[in-house]
Structures are given as C-alpha cells and as structure tokens.
Design a protein around this ligand. Structure first.
Ligand code: NAD
Ligand code: WQD
Length: 347
C-alpha cells in the first residue's frame, strides 16, 4: 500500500476520496488550509474509516502556495515510507468569483500547483493525479465531449485549470519519470451513503444540486431554473452528473494505473456519458425527499452551455472504470447528508 499526499483533502471530493483510499489500505497525509472546508470533514472520514484506518491519516494545516507548509506535509510521512504519489484537489472552483478576482484564481490554482510540483520534484516524487474539469472545454462544439475536443475555456477558473494541465504536460516532456493523470470531472454530486460527509458550500450555492437540496431542507425558498428555452428535450440545461463516490473510485483507478505502469501522461474524462436536465434532477429530488421543490424559470445564466456530456469511453478503456451509481442514488445520498446536516459541518 502506498503513502500518498492529498492536497485539499478536507474538501467535497477530497474527503470522499480519502475515505475510499483509506478503505483500500493506503496511508495518507492531507494538506488543507480550510479555505473552503472544515477540519470536521476529516474527523468524520477518520470515524467512518474505523479505528484501524484512522491511524493511517495524518493532517497538516497548510497552504500549497507555501514551500514550508509543503515541507511539513512531506515530513509528516514516516522516513522509511516517503510520499510516493500526490492527488491534487486543492484549488478554488467558483466560476463567478474567478471572473471578479482572477489574480486570486491564478495564484491559488496555478502558483499553488507550480509550488506543489516544485516540492514534489525536490522530494523525488513524480506521480500526480490532478483535478481538472470539463470547464477546460468551454462551450463544446459537439457532445458527447471526447478528450481530443479543443481546449477553449471561457472564464478565469477554466483558464487556470487549462494552464495547470499545460504545465503538467511540459513537465512530462522536460524530465523522464513523471506519472501524471489529468482527470476532467463533469458534475460531481451526492455524498457518502452514510450522510456523514458531503458538500458544504459557503454562502449561496452556485451549483444546481446543493441549491436544490437546500431548498428541500428549507434553507432556501425556491430554485431559479436558468433558462427554459434551451435546445433540449424539456428546455432546461442538460449536464452529466456523477456521484462523488464514483468519482472517488475513479481517482483510485487512476492512481493504481499510474503506480503499476510505465511513466505516462494520461488525460481522461470522468463522467457517465448520460445527460440529465435540470427539471429531471428536480423531479428525482422531489421523489427522494417527498417534498416539493418550488422553482421559477428565469433567464439563461451567462456562460452556460445547453448540453455538456462526457464521452466516458477512454476512462473505461484506460482505467477500467465507469460510473455505477444512478440519479436516484445521487439524490438519496445527497439528501441523507443535507437532511442530517442542514447547515453542513457548521451545524
Ligand atoms: P472544495 O472547495 O470542496 O475542495 C478544495 C479544497 O482545497 C478545500 O478543502 C479547500 O480548503 C482547499 N484549498 C483551497 N485552497 C488551498 C490552498 N491554497 N492550500 C491548501 N488547500 C487549499 O472543492 P471540490 O469540489 O472538492 O473540488 C476539488 C477539486 O476538483 C478542485 O480543484 C476543483 O477545481 C476540481 N473540480 C471540482 C468540480 C466540482 O464541481 N466540484 C468539478 C471539476 C473539477
Ligand atoms: C448545472 C445546470 C445550470 C444552478 C459547474 C462549473 C464547472 C464544473 C462543474 C468545476 C446548468 C442549472 C444551476 C441554479 C440552475 N465545476 N442551474 N439553477 O455550470 O454545469 O458546471 O460545475 O470544475 O466548471 O461551471 O454546473 O451545477 O452550476 O449547473 O438552473 O441555481 O443547472 O444552468 O444547466 P455547471 P451547475
């Protein structure tokens, strides 16, 4: 089993992935500055992983932009079992905020990644799984989207992700031995089925699923559906939602592949290949929680695409991984989390 460094491991996707990796027997060091998360998530991960596993989880509060903080994280691994691989989740992800404050996004996402890669190089660690995003495709010309589609992001968040992807490719060219996976996630939703860990956005959620669950739990009055005249079967936007536990297992599959094969640069979509409309999500959530989700159809949101769906064939071929969980499971687990934790980790 490997000793791994997980950046941003206290966050939504990171916490679920930590749980999957602990269950698989790995030893983890997490570095997180809690900019968008709470130490409580990792306490619950340790609790869910069980007494045998929690001794394999070390947590370092620190910032990936800070070389000294990263040194502390590398030093948290035992001397005879140094960090062999990194899963790099840490970053900022709110599209609108990135438009308002591009300097911060380029700083955390690009400078943070650059510092992380420099620290890895200094420690002779050349295995990294990077959280990229379908956002690098911008407004797709054809769907489903293949990995060969043009990279043409339309906002600073997307530009920063595309830049890190490029940096990773440049590194792989510059020096032999790098094992790199660039994973382009589509729309991660849901929670661990225990309802103990889940997504805990601060402020008003930007994304559909957390907004819908906050309406269901009574924290918000009604959903605004952004556009009812898209060229889709019911007029609302279509996306490729992926259960966060499927996504966590996708990271495990990518890491296993990198560690057992020759050095490589792997780029894959992590999605289901199945499009679901906003109104389908609303109806499924209503039937799960047994409550109506009031909504109003309003103007389209600037920058949105009508349909964004992954072609998941390459992930299946290269990783032997595909999504297994249904929309009903996304709603069931997301609702279990929201209902038991109406104010997230703060409540
Ligand atoms: P999240 O905000 O829940 O998790 C990110 C974590 O990184 C948080 O715990 C945050 O505190 C930490 N962090 C931020 N800046 C840091 C810094 N400078 N140093 C150390 N830690 C820092 O987000 P998430 O949804 O779990 O996303 C994880 C990654 O996946 C991000 O890189 C995001 O861009 C990417 N991604 C997310 C989605 C999505 O819809 N959730 C989709 C595609 C890609
Ligand atoms: C989904 C659908 C909206 C909120 C975002 C990021 C992307 C990636 C995934 C990180 C769309 C509609 C939403 C609401 C609505 N993240 N909607 N009312 O925009 O596909 O992707 O998350 O990398 O970069 O942009 O996800 O959840 O915001 O929207 O009608 O209150 O729901 O118009 O059709 P999106 P989303």
């Amino acid at each position: 089993m490997a000793q791994l460094l997980i950046t941003g491991g206290a966050g939504f996707i990171g916490s679920h992935t930590c749980l999957v990796l602990l269950a698989a027997g790995h030893h983890l060091v997490v570095i997180d500055n809690y900019d968008n998360s709470s130490p409580e998530s990792l306490r619950r991960v340790a609790e869910l992983a069980g007494p045998g596993a929690s001794g394999r989880l070390a947590v370092v509060e620190g910032d990936i932009r800070n070389a000294a903080d990263l040194e502390r994280a590398f030093a948290a691994a035992p001397a005879d079992q140094p960090i062999e691989g990194v899963i790099h989740f840490a970053g900022l992800k709110a599209v609108g905020e990135s438009v308002r404050d591009p300097l911060r996004y380029w700083d955390v996402n690009l400078s943070g990644s650059r510092q992380l890669l420099a620290s890895m190089q200094a420690h002779g660690c050349r295995t990294i799984v990077f959280s990229s995003s379908c956002t690098v495709y911008g407004l797709p010309e054809t769907v489903p989207i293949r990995e060969t589609a043009p990279i043409q992001p339309i906002n600073p968040y997307g530009h920063s992700k595309a830049a890190v992807e490029q940096l990773l490719a440049d590194l792989a060219t510059s020096e032999q031995g790098w094992r790199i996976a660039r994973l382009r996630y589509f729309n991660p939703v849901g929670a661990h089925p225990s309802g103990r860990i889940g997504e805990d956005p601060s402020g008003i959620p930007n994304n559909l699923f957390p907004f819908v669950s906050q309406v269901a739990v009574g924290r918000r009055e009604r959903l605004q559906v952004f556009g009812g005249d898209w060229p889709t079967p019911d007029g609302s936007g279509v996306r490729d939602y992926i259960h966060v536990m499927d996504l966590a297992e996708g990271h495990q599959a990518a890491l296993d592949k990198l560690m057992k094969e020759a050095p490589q640069l792997l780029t894959v979509n992590l999605g289901s290949g199945r499009g679901l409309s906003v109104l389908e999500v609303v109806r499924a959530f209503e039937s799960t929680c047994g409550r109506p989700i009031p909504y109003t159809i309003v103007e389209r949101r600037p920058g949105d695409a009508a349909i964004t769906v992954a072609d998941p064939a390459l992930a299946s071929e290269r990783l032997g991984w595909r999504t297994r969980r249904s929309l009903a499971e996304m709603c069931r687990d997301g609702w279990a989390w929201q209902n038991a934790n109406p104010t997230g980790y703060g409540g």
